[in-house]
Ligand binder design. Structure first.
Ligand code: BYC
Length: 331
């Protein structure tokens, strides 16, 4: 039920579909339909659990890998204020990853299993983080567009049906809205600056626009998971609905600071009360999902290196915790 045509060839084959007890399934579906939160110890169908582990772990990986493109600019931020803000933002993303790994762990999968799936290329993370950050304006564009797209996607997830995921999202959304504003503020300053700064801001918008609107995932007719996830209230809105909302709020923001969205087909549709937009290059999207993004290899090498070099920290933390436990037990 939850296989997709995008399944990686390295991925383990899906186990045979589990036959669920119809009475339990019915009771579960009634709870979801009544907008009850499902909690870790509650009974849930195996397919629901798997879908959640897939989505939450991919989400966690995206937060952690997402630290890399911005982390590259911490040492090159143009002044102390910008550096302090960027440091705090990148640290927030690490925190988001941790809340999400913890939420996924409540479904019976270990942090080690999830990290191993990421490092061995079996797990996905957001396509957006496979593009390079070439100039300081890219840091503005990421905050404005990437965090902006993330908020659009994540606000409905605060009401997702699985309690620990929903609660993690409440906190994450608060921080993401600060991230979006700091990115837009960088773009506003650059767009009002010298000609060279304005060109830099426009160039960043040109490169990040299309990848940002791809973040919402494939169009609804090619989204194998959406229908079931909407039924289980894991997803509250479809990929295309969220993409449209993002475009509708972001285009006026670009106009307000004198930048041009790089889509010649963008037109306001009075009847729909929304923007019509040009064709998205889905071949590019699927290539990036397959791991062929411009800096995909560098991203995973950096992640694995950070994990290996951080082994001593994890070991020291575990030894410290064990010592504390032993002392408490003795007392
Ligand atoms: N990239 O049936 P669909 C952040 C995959 S980070 C890669 O529509 P679904 C931030 C999809 O996984 C925020 N893969 O799937 C951090 C599926 O493959 P599998 C990241 C993608 O799950 C640092 C297949 O395509 N946000 O904010 O119903 C700095 C078919 O898709 C992508 C989240 O992770 C993609 N863009 O819907 C700054 C939000 N899109 O798994 C910022 C949580 C699709 O079947 N996730 N695929 O092999 C979601 O809301 C949903 O999982 C998605 C996809 C909307 C992304």
């Amino acid at each position: 039920m939850y296989t997709t045509e995008l399944k990686d060839k390295n991925q383990a084959p899906q186990s045979a579909a589990v036959v669920e007890d119809p009475a339990r399934l019915e009771a579960f579906e009634a709870r979801v339909a009544a907008d009850d939160f499902i909690e870790p110890k509650d009974w849930m169908p195996e397919a629901y659990r798997k879908t959640l582990v897939r989505q939450i772990s991919q989400h966690a990986h995206s937060e952690i890998v997402g630290m890399l493109p911005e982390g590259n600019w911490i040492t090159r931020a143009p002044n102390l204020r910008r550096k302090a803000i960027l440091l705090a933002k990148v640290q927030d993303e690490g925190g988001h990853g941790l809340y999400l790994y913890a939420a996924a762990e409540t479904l019976g999968t270990s942090r080690e299993e999830m990290i191993d799936a990421l490092h061995s290329g079996r797990a996905k993370y957001s396509t957006i983080f496979n593009y390079p950050t070439l100039t300081w304006a890219d840091i503005g564009a990421i905050g404005w567009l990437v965090d902006g797209a993330a908020i659009m996607n994540q606000v409905p997830l605060q009401r997702t049906s699985y309690g620990p995921y929903a609660r993690a999202m409440v906190r994450i959304c608060k921080e993401e809205s600060f991230h979006q504003r700091q990115g837009y503020e960088i773009m506003t300053a650059l767009a009002a600056g010298t000609d060279a700064q304005k060109r830099m801001a426009q160039d960043a918008l040109n490169r990040w626009w299309w990848p940002s609107i791809m973040m919402f995932g494939p169009p609804d007719e090619n989204s194998p998971n959406t229908a079931q996830s909407i039924r289980w209230r894991i997803k509250r809105e479809t990929n295309d609905e969220l993409r449209q909302k993002f475009i509708d709020v972001t285009v006026p923001q670009a106009e307000a600071i004198g930048l041009t969205v790089p889509d010649p087909d963008l037109t306001w549709n009075e009847a729909r009360g929304s923007y019509d937009y040009g064709a998205i290059d889905w071949d590019e999207f699927y290539a990036v999902v397959r791991g062929e993004g411009p800096v995909a290899k560098e991203r995973m090498q950096a992640r694995v290196k950070a994990w290996e070099e951080g082994a001593w920290v994890r070991e020291a933390a575990a030894a410290h915790a064990a010592k504390h436990q032993a002392r408490e037990a003795a007392e």
